[in-house]
Design a protein around this ligand. Sequence first.
Ligand code: SF4
Ligand code: SF4
Ligand code: SF4
Length: 321
Amino acid sequence: MDINTKGLKKNAFRVTKERGLTASRIRVPGGHLEAKYLTVIQNIAQNYGNGSIHITVRQGFEIPGIRFEDMPKVNELLQPVIEGLNITQPETGKGYSSSGTRNISACVGNRVCPYACYDTTGFAKRIEKDVFPHDLHFKIALTGCPNDCAKVRMHDFGIMGMTEPEYHKERCISCGACVKACKKKSVGALEMVNYKVERNHEKCIGCGECVIQCPTRAWTRSKEKYYRLTLLGRTGKKNPRLGEDFIKWVDEDSIRKVIRNTYAYVENYIDQDAPGRKEHIGYIVDRTGFEEYKKWALKEVVLSDKAVVAATVYWKGISYT
Ligand code: SF4
Ligand code: SF4
Ligand code: SF4
């Protein structure tokens, strides 16, 4: 069977090492899905694949061993999963219309984890709506707190939850647990002064450890949600590197606008001769300079007074050459 590999990949099937066989890639934004969809995936794997399922590093599923001629049937069967996860799809029953922008992955967030500053899956799904389907090769990940279980600094955009701890001094019994926890487990932003706790806002990374450790609820989380947005981490053969801080104490709407603006920037500057029109954004920023990127990224972004934007960003990483 003649096969158009570009079309196959765009439809979220993989070119595999086995002749005539492909693998279906299922995206799960935020890494969270209702258990009932697993039976759909099981059915496809057992009846159209080789009976196994790979759980991908980006929190999707990959079903190997599918014959090319069965792709339309697999797409039909996937429809309830695609609809159930509210994934934008131009044509019903035809599977995914793109695979460039990767699944938006996230740690488990505040649906489960006590450290989480927000609902990571909910935010991931909202970003998914902003950016998918799209052919540009972007990787975005969210993590609920600075523990960064989702390894967001290895992504083009990393979103890390922050909380502003609020001190209610009338409830404080001066036990020192928060000061100790911040020093031992975080950045040492707290100090006991005259039996009351003082916080160094410049130092505080909004991890919420003090809130968790306080026995009297003298520290509580701010109602407002804040985030640290990191930029342009990457893996790969040329020059892997960790994402660096771009904006701290930033809000959700601003992050979503920065991401959308970045798609426009890449559309404008991508190397038209790049193989498969794929060029990692980090290399584009290396070419145009960070100042040009920043101009595009912050276009019409209305930041709050609390947000702190990096004056400039340097990346280094590992070079194999
Ligand atoms: S990153 Fe934080 S919120 Fe997410 S799972 Fe880890 S500890 Fe929990
Ligand atoms: S939020 Fe984290 S860094 Fe900030 S004061 Fe509390 S423990 Fe320290
Ligand atoms: S842990 Fe709570 S009660 Fe103890 S010193 Fe800190 S704020 Fe006060």
